[in-house]
Design a protein around this ligand. Sequence first.
Ligand SMILES: [Zn+2]
Length: 347
Amino acid sequence: MKINFWNTALRAEIKATKPFLRTSEFLWQEGHTVHSTQEEAEKEVMKILDIYKNTVEEELAIPVTTGKKSNKEKFVGAVYTTTMESIMPDGKALQMGTSHFLGQNFSKPFEVKFADKDNVEHFAWQTSWGVSWRLIGAMIMAHGDDKGLVLPPKVAPMQAVIVPIYRNDEGKEAVLPKVEEIRKELESKDIRVHVDEREGLSPGYKFNDWELKGVPLRIEIGPKDIGKNSMVVAKRHNLEKISLSFTEIGKIPRILDEIQVEMLKKAREEAESNTLEISDYPEFKSKIEEGGFFNSPWCGKLECEEKIKEETGAEIRVIPFGSENANQKCIYCKEQSISVPVFARGY
Ligand SMILES: [Zn+2]
């Protein structure tokens, strides 16, 4: 049985609230599933984590690191918690979503049973998972700049805005029919396009306004452009301007695809430059002030995890899949490592 909700949730968050990241009421999506076997439930946990990862990376253009939470950081009722974590431009970690394997921890006390093919009642195997509007906060932080929002084309409500430019009625008569033609052509290619027909505002004002709102492409069409049979296309993510002839309008979908790819690439490069391999504790302590993801060997003991948290404010955000490693020494106690988790300070 699989149940999916889109709802609001309330948590006892009073101090240090932040819009989208931590609020007492928030919008989220949560799923709860019940399975007949452990194997099937564990498969579901990973399938959902993969869906979340693909959504965040491919739609929101934010790279994530996936793996398991430590026992200290997992959801209290879970056998284990899988998570995806991202590093924000300020060097702090943000938990982007979790998918839990609950085992029979809930089915036994609450007597969630089913009759199997053998006609015998068994306790069910359960999972639960969720992402919230925190992802919107992550997207704002990951891509925004001093001019405002920068939206990835795949999720932008408007992918292109056309700003007609004219000074008088004569200009208007020349420009508007062309603008209309371009709008229709873009719509026929499934581009979400808007024409800024507001009167009494200068083109400069409109440009700033759409930059603030993060629209991926701004198309400027004025009398001079019509004379040259071309338009100016400004890209929001890198502020680059190009000139496209009217016959090249078919390139717009490809340009939007390229922007999507470039945004993920840039975010990935930033995340990589903020990720350090650190196995020396004094170095860990001094560098944590600047933030970042630290891949540091750990013995698996709770005491070391707690001491590190107490002394540096950094916690184990995620133990990446495949990071098991017995060949190093724990960054804190110097005993043999079991894995190389990501340590970071979080939101
Ligand atoms: Zn240790």
